[in-house]
Design a protein. Structure first.
Length: 759
């Protein structure tokens, strides 16, 4: 299993599916003939910890700590009768052990009995256990289960499998609470020591943590890392660090490699260094990592490998920090070009434990459920963002700024390769915002190849998403989209340069919803100069959109100013002040700012999220908005039927001559019938169609029917799409009269409902 490069995702990202960065890099290295092995140490640590043996070791460690600490406390009392009873104190800090942890420790044998079966169930390998879990007499229950009474109504329509997943998730979270209290306060399923990576302008705190003895979780991680390093025997260990929650584990792992495998070079790349470490100057960081690369990793990594092989001088590296003469130096060989998306290869998920990821249902939010439940192959339709103007976004950085779409055929080729490799036909396109035109072409290509796939992605709610395009996307397997409604205020959307209005978002979300595609809205509060009135009006817009049924999911985020966004670079243009201009020696991205003209945004957080939780479950629409807040808020100025009225406005019926006409409904059976009217005989064409659910028939004049049957074959999705102008010209060339009268007739409208799309 020896390889030149070992690519590692450190704990923790997701439990249900691999984070795709290492698969992308491995796919690229394959095109260069460079051997590599990848590992997601996050899922490996979780599986080691959450097993019968793992929990046995965990309970033994906790009880050992408690015993040692109790002996110390007992010795401090003159009267032995005053000794603290066993298991009343925790070992790490001497404070009282919570009732919840005492309960879990008392139920130790029940956890040991059930853990392996639960993990198999969450891996999809033991589905019949769902009945036992739902009996609610199988799993030991601690504090996380207290919320069940409140959530019973929310799970009323859930199937047995889903309810069992949620109960099993609560069970794991109970154990997690025990770990946090008794073993490692930094533990978390999808993040580890995340606070140490957030806004860490100084490296001091993280560096101090790395000088401490291993935590219990560290011991598991390092044990696994040692085994893998022995197997792979790499020359270069690369850590992908997408989030602050991966940072500590990456440094801890690199520290171990530098000490015990001194001949191996270490490197870090990924979303965290790309956004946070662009002004790095603290040389202590290089005690752990020999190299830190920024932005797209393919070309920098290739240069790095050539450097390690002695084929390239250190000053010829690309977008890489390295230690030169005792100081950190940023090296960017601009003569070395980045790779086009067509040349980076197909992501390669081999080496990863694809059948061992676990699906969890943490909270009752449809879109969050998709992020944490099920195995998704992750791909990108386009590099960067085709819009690239939003003022809160890092549009100055290459991952947003450099826009390059992937050809639809190549993208679907990669989908087919991944289906063959992973056995999974679900895809999450992780774009900043998938381009509508490319989504259309990908959908058509999927339909041409007759593929059965499921997919979802992130979009902008722009007017290109017509009702027909949304129905086409649904037909190709699209099940959900997420997009930024942000602050549902036209003034603030304009300040954000979102390029949409609330009315436009409403119509687009209606189109997706009516096509059967779930819609999740990213919602924002606290944008610079946002007033309390605008916050309440924004909430009212959101309430109305849920009430009329055009949103199914949403989440409020509080605005955060980042160094690489227009707001962060030019705060004076947005009416805010930076609290400090000082640049730290380690991470620099989040900026503390002062908004003198806006509201006190923090206090709105709970009310916004509580109201949204209820709206998502179709209740409390009649509550006054004031009821969600414990302080006085202004009355909304939004008309109570604003969204409803917007949706009543007719769409523009004008069809562009260049619009594509696509038929997805199959070949009709054509028959001719004679009808008599006022003593005269008329021959009509009767076209019978069969779709998956029903059959239907339309009748036209004979000439029109013959023309339509022929044109549907030419417009079939397997052929090159017809232009609308071509369609009209073909009708007139056939000697038929009044194309518009036919096009807006009932028979054609029926076909529009059953797969005739104008795109």
């Amino acid at each position: 299993m020896s390889a030149k490069v070992f690519i590692i995702t450190p704990p923790f990202t997701q439990l249900n599916t691999p984070y795709p960065a290492t698969a992308y890099i491995k796919g690229f290295l394959n095109t260069k003939g460079i051997t590599s092995v990848q590992a997601d140490l996050g899922i490996e640590v979780i599986l080691k910890l959450f097993s019968k043996q793992g929990l046995t070791n965990l309970f033994n460690r906790i009880e050992s700590n408690l015993t040692i600490n109790n002996q110390h406390l007992t010795a401090s009392f003159d009267d032995p009768s005053e000794a603290i009873p066993p298991l009343l104190w925790r070992g790490a800090g001497g404070e009282a052990l919570s009732t919840n942890s005492q309960r879990i420790l008392a139920l130790k044998n029940e956890y040991l009995k059930t853990i392996d079966a639960v993990i198999l169930f969450l891996q999809g390998k033991n589905p019949t256990l769902s009945h036992l879990i739902c009996s609610e007499n199988f799993l030991p229950e601690a504090s996380r289960f207290a919320q069940l009474e409140e959530l019973d109504w929310a799970f009323g329509t859930m199937g047995v499998q889903d309810k069992a997943k949620h109960l099993a998730t609560l069970y794991l979270e109970d154990i997690s609470d025990l770990i946090v209290e008794c073993i490692d306060p930094h533990f978390g399923f999808s993040r580890y020591a995340e606070r140490l990576g957030r806004s860490a302008n100084s490296f001091d705190e993280l560096y101090g943590m790395l000088q401490q003895p291993f935590t219990y979780i560290d011991e598991i991680l390092i044990g696994l890392l040692y085994e893998r390093m022995e197997e792979v025997n790499p020359q270069l260990a690369c850590f992908s660090v997408p989030f602050p929650g991966n940072l500590y584990a990456a440094f801890r792992s690199a520290q171990y490699i530098k000490k015990h495998f001194p001949g191996v070079k270490t490197a870090m790349g990924g979303g965290f260094p790309n956004t946070e470490l662009r002004s790095l100057t603290d040389a202590r960081v290089m005690d752990f990592f020999d190299f830190i690369t920024l932005d797209d990793g393919e070309a920098p990594l290739e240069c790095l490998i050539e450097h390690i092989d002695g084929m390239r001088d250190v000053n010829q590296l690309k977008r890489t920090f390295a230690l030169v003469d005792g100081a950190i130096k940023y090296i960017d060989n601009s003569g070395c070009r980045d790779y086009k998306q067509a040349d980076v290869g197909t992501p390669d998920y081999s080496d990863l434990l694809l059948d061992s990821y676990i699906s969890v249902i943490e909270i009752v939010n449809p879109m969050h459920r998709m992020w944490s439940d099920g195995r998704w192959n992750k791909l990108t339709m386009a590099h960067g963002c085709y819009w690239g103007k939003c003022t809160f976004c890092d549009i100055s950085l290459d991952y947003i700024k450099v826009y390059e779409p992937v050809a639809a055929r190549l993208l679907v080729d990669r989908m087919e390769e991944l289906i063959a490799q992973t056995g999974q036909n679900g895809f999450h396109f992780v774009d900043e915002a998938a381009p509508p035109a490319l989504m259309r072409e990908v959908a058509l290509e999927i339909l041409r190849r007759n593929l059965a796939v499921t997919w979802w992605t992130n979009i902008r709610f722009e007017k290109s998403f017509s009702a027909d395009l949304c129905r086409l996307l649904k037909l190709s397997g699209c099940i959900a989209v997420s997009g930024g409604l942000e602050v549902a205020s036209d003034r603030l959307l304009d300040l954000i340069q979102k390029g949409v209005t609330v009315a436009q978002v409403a119509r687009v979300t209606r189109n997706f919803t009516e096509a059967g595609i779930m819609v999740h809205a990213y919602l924002m509060y606290g944008f610079p100069t946002q007033t309390a009135q605008e916050t309440i009006d924004s909430l009212e817009m959101v309430r109305q959109m849920f009430e009329v049924g055009i949103l199914q999911s949403g989440f409020w985020h509080q605005f955060a100013m980042t160094a690489h966004s227009p707001v962060g670079m030019y705060p004076e243009q947005f009416g805010v002040l930076k609290e400090t201009d000082a640049i730290g020696s380690f991470a620099n991205n989040d900026i503390v700012h002062v908004d003198k003209s806006g509201a006190n945004h923090d206090k709105f957080s709970f009310g916004l999220k509580k109201s949204l939780f209820n709206f998502m479950h179709g209740i409390c629409f009649d509550y006054p908005l004031q009821d969600w807040f414990e302080f006085k808020v202004p009355k909304t100025k939004v008309e109570p039927d604003f969204i409803y009225n917007v949706l009543q406005e007719d769409d523009n019926f004008t069809i562009k001559p260049t619009a594509k006409i696509v038929w997805t409904g199959g070949k009709p059976y054509t028959d001719f019938v004679v009808k008599t009217k006022k003593g005269r005989n008329f021959e009509n064409a009767q076209l019978t169609f069969h779709d998956k659910r029903e059959s239907f028939t339309i009748q036209l004049e004979k000439g029109q029917g013959i023309w339509l049957a022929d044109i549907l074959q030419k417009a079939d999705v397997t052929n090159k799409a017809l232009g609308f102008a071509q369609l009209k010209q073909s009708y007139e060339d056939a000697g038929l009269d009044d194309f518009e009268l036919l096009w807006y007739s009932k028979p054609i409208n029926t076909l529009r409902e059953f797969g005739l799309f104008v795109l």
